[in-house]
Design a protein around this ligand. Sequence first.
Ligand SMILES: NC(=O)c1ccc[n+]([C@@H]2O[C@H](COP(=O)([O-])OP(=O)(O)OC[C@H]3O[C@@H](n4cnc5c(N)ncnc54)[C@H](OP(=O)(O)O)[C@@H]3O)[C@@H](O)[C@H]2O)c1
Length: 294
Amino acid sequence: MEVHFPEKKVILVTGGNGQLGKELRSFAREQDRFEFIFSSRDTLDISDQAEVYNAIKKFSPAYVVNCAAYTNVDKAESESELAFLINSTAVNHVVGALKIYGGKLIHFSTDYVYDTISDRPINEDDSCEPKSVYGKSKRAGELVLEASDIDWINIRVSWLYSSFNHNFVKTMLRLGAEREELSIVSDQVGTPTYTRDLTQVIYEMIKKDDPSLMKSHYNFSNNGVTNWASFAKEIFKQTNIKCKVGHTTTEAYDAPAPRPLWSVMSKDKITKNYEIKLRDWQESLSACLSLVHT
Ligand SMILES: NC(=O)c1ccc[n+]([C@@H]2O[C@H](COP(=O)([O-])OP(=O)(O)OC[C@H]3O[C@@H](n4cnc5c(N)ncnc54)[C@H](OP(=O)(O)O)[C@@H]3O)[C@@H](O)[C@H]2O)c1
């Protein structure tokens, strides 16, 4: 872990080698207001209670930004115990340590926690009824927050991608260059989220540091509505890749874990409380592609 300067507020980031964690590393280098300390699974395993307590005691962070998570949606169906350990039990360790040593928590969840809604954007107050093991484990982590008395913010994001690691955009760039045609699911409707835009939100939340806006769930994604096939088409359009996109259905694709067909979330709460301007998903995609597509 990197050395920190005690005069600045310390932000301890877990899961620093994930796609959001790496985006935050990049973001942190461009600011000097806060002292970011990045940990990854090998330096801070959040499922190890003693490690979590020691790290939070040692660094006294003003905020923990918990980017660590079990995120393999399909594998979670057969690794339920591990998914719950990282997405729920480990969250309880972080909350427990923050309660003793002080500090606030920014945590992340997913649109997969919601029940099915299909004719309007989903609000934070809408009912939660996750269908997949991954969704259930993320909801269990949220319940840990709801039961705690520390200050926390939980950001529910959908269709996260970045210029780092593996994600849908990177997979499409690879497959699009190799194949003439791809068959992509078109009956799941939602909105992509660029990690760079999410890091800006995290930064605004930490800067504002307003407890009256905490102990609360916030939806976040870019602006607009699309489906995976149209998302792929836009990636190919913006990068001049000639691959054709055919449509398939969620049922025909038959992935191990069930996916919501409707992932369009209202962002009214986050934009109002944190005065955030959302970028359209195509604009953010273009910003990401300028970093990954050569
Ligand atoms: N990706 C999406 O489409 C999506 C959608 C909605 C919500 N989210 C949520 O957004 C957040 C960030 O997602 P992401 O895409 O950045 O995830 P990611 O790329 O999978 O990164 C998660 C990181 O957590 C690390 N990790 C796993 N178990 C750990 C442990 N016990 N201790 C410490 N680190 C551990 C992983 O390390 P290893 O690489 O060693 O496993 C990985 O580096 C997560 O809460 C996720 O649930 C993601």
